[in-house]
Design a protein around this ligand. Structure first.
Ligand SMILES: Cc1cc2nc3c(=O)[nH]c(=O)nc-3n(C[C@H](O)[C@H](O)[C@H](O)COP(=O)(O)OP(=O)(O)OC[C@H]3O[C@@H](n4cnc5c(N)ncnc54)[C@H](O)[C@@H]3O)c2cc1C
Length: 434
């Protein structure tokens, strides 16, 4: 049985994206002993993946601030359990860690939202951010024809990134209607930095068709993707392509916060003005408190880092910036929430829980997440309901009723240490049909 390696910190930060890096840098600059843990091999999170070595990037500047301030980085380590208050367990490929802390900052970010439609589980149909991450890790995309679809500004960022790497973008399909997109454009006017980004992306994608009120209704072929049928207004169009990059906006990663007993409402971790959750000494920053983009994650991360270090006067200086960015985030989430028509995309034989191969037809015989889980094993596979949970919430208005450790699949020997320690607690999640 593994013996845990023990570390002790004044401030422990979980998540090494922009929010976590900012929180760790600020807390360390105040003289705290800081640890930052992330499950990727490098810091940077989703947007700054593999960017921290590009010397002109914001990512490199934050990485330098973190280095100068001094903190212990535990990369490739995933936090999976809190055996008792003030201690988290994390595992790497080789080791089990026991991380003690005085103050904790949760900066666990967000993931893409997926909605099932016929063919969405075919090879070469993947999340928009997922395909981008694969290309960043070396997948050759040059010369490949890609349809980018779903919802949210991430589609544009991904399309531009793939094009820069030689892909042919057949079209970008956004489910939101033009009326909503115009509202989003108006909100951008209050964000000068984003207007500049928007124009440069628009220029990069100048000859790529952008369709509003359109979405994929079917992806075809036996072994590998061949074509996608797009609903375009009232018409259907079949588009040949090598990849479909499809994600429906972002969803907050709140499982760890829920496990720790932090209050979650309307999908997000609730925090006070200093980013403190309802659990004293536990702060939360970045996308788990609301989807709002990198600038908001950075502002919240700095506030949380200063507050955790006991420097609320420094934190307060960032309140104005955060308030402005929060306004924009509200519009973002209204505009890109999925429209009701998308509920009719799955057919009875469409797989909804891809870990356990559970179809839409089987799920619709049940009236709650719990009943479906007990009868079909939906949500019990390796993703632990991270994909099918939000999908069934959208399709049937179900809500996962509890979060249990381990929150990620864990090596048996590491969980056995945990189980020996104490019986895992059952943590209720508030709100919604169970
Ligand atoms: C797949 C994807 C791609 C994106 N690409 C872009 C883009 O190209 N351009 C753009 O403007 N925005 C992009 N975004 C949005 C962008 O990530 C956010 O706007 C913002 O930067 C989020 O910062 P964050 O620090 O809150 O979270 P993140 O950047 O998501 O960082 C959170 C980190 O915490 C880690 N983590 C979570 N749970 C644990 C745990 N239990 N143990 C250890 N580590 C953990 C995650 O792996 C991640 O590295 C993307 C989002 C996603 C989901």
């Amino acid at each position: 049985m593994s013996k845990p390696l023990r570390r002790q910190f004044d401030v422990l930060v979980v998540g090494g994206g922009p929010a976590g890096m900012a929180a760790a840098a600020c807390a360390a600059a105040c003289g705290c002993q800081v640890g930052i843990v992330d499950d990727n091999p490098d810091l940077g999170g989703q947007i700054w993946r593999r960017e921290t070595t590009n010397p002109t990037s914001d990512a490199a500047q934050w990485a330098a601030r973190l280095r100068v301030a001094g903190s212990e980085v535990l990369a490739g380590a995933r936090v999976f359990h809190q055996p008792e208050p003030g201690i988290l367990r994390a595992e790497t490929a080789e080791n089990l860690y026991e991380l003690s802390f005085e103050k904790l900052v949760l900066a666990t970010g967000a993931r893409e939202g997926f909605l099932p439609f016929p063919g969405w589980t075919l090879p070469h149909v993947m999340g928009a951010g997922g395909l981008q991450a694969l290309v960043k890790s070396g997948l050759a995309i040059s010369g490949k024809r890609v349809v980018v679809a779903g919802s949210g500004p991430l589609l544009i960022a991904v399309a531009a990134y793939l094009r820069r790497h030689g892909a042919e973008i057949a079209m970008i399909c956004e489910q939101a209607p033009w009326t909503s997109l115009v509202r989003f454009g108006a909100a951008l006017l209050g964000q000068p930095q984003k207007i500049g980004q928007g124009f440069s992306l628009r220029k990069e994608l100048s000859r790529v068709p952008f369709l509003a009120s359109s979405w994929p209704i079917r992806a075809e072929d036996g072994e590998k993707l061949k074509a996608v049928t797009i609903r375009r207004g009232h018409a259907h169009e079949r588009v040949f392509c090598d990849y479909l990059a499809c994600g429906f906006h972002l969803l907050p990663n709140t499982e760890l916060a829920a496990l720790l007993g932090c209050r979650i409402e309307d999908e997000y971790v609730q925090v006070d003005e200093l980013q403190q959750t309802t659990v004293p000494g536990v702060y939360c920053a970045g996308e788990p408190t609301g989807i709002g983009g990198v600038e908001l994650s950075l502002a919240e991360g700095q506030i949380a880092g200063f507050a955790a270090a006991g420097r609320s006067e420094n934190a307060k200086k960032l309140f104005h910036t955060r308030a402005k960015l929060n306004k924009f985030a509200k519009v973002l989430n209204r505009v890109f929430s999925p429209r009701a028509e998308l509920k009719s995309l799955p057919q009875p034989e469409t797989v909804v829980c891809r870990c356990e191969d559970v179809t839409y037809g089987r799920l619709r015989q049940h009236t709650s997440w719990r009943a479906a889980k007990l009868q079909t094993r939906c949500g019990m596979g390796p993703c632990q309901g991270r994909v099918c949970g939000p999908a069934t919430q959208f399709l049937f208005d179900w809500r996962p009723d509890s979060v249990r450790p381990p929150i990620f699949p864990t090596r048996f020997e590491n969980f056995a240490v945990t189980a020996n320690h104490r019986e895992p607690e059952h943590v209720e999640v508030t709100g919604g049909k169970q």
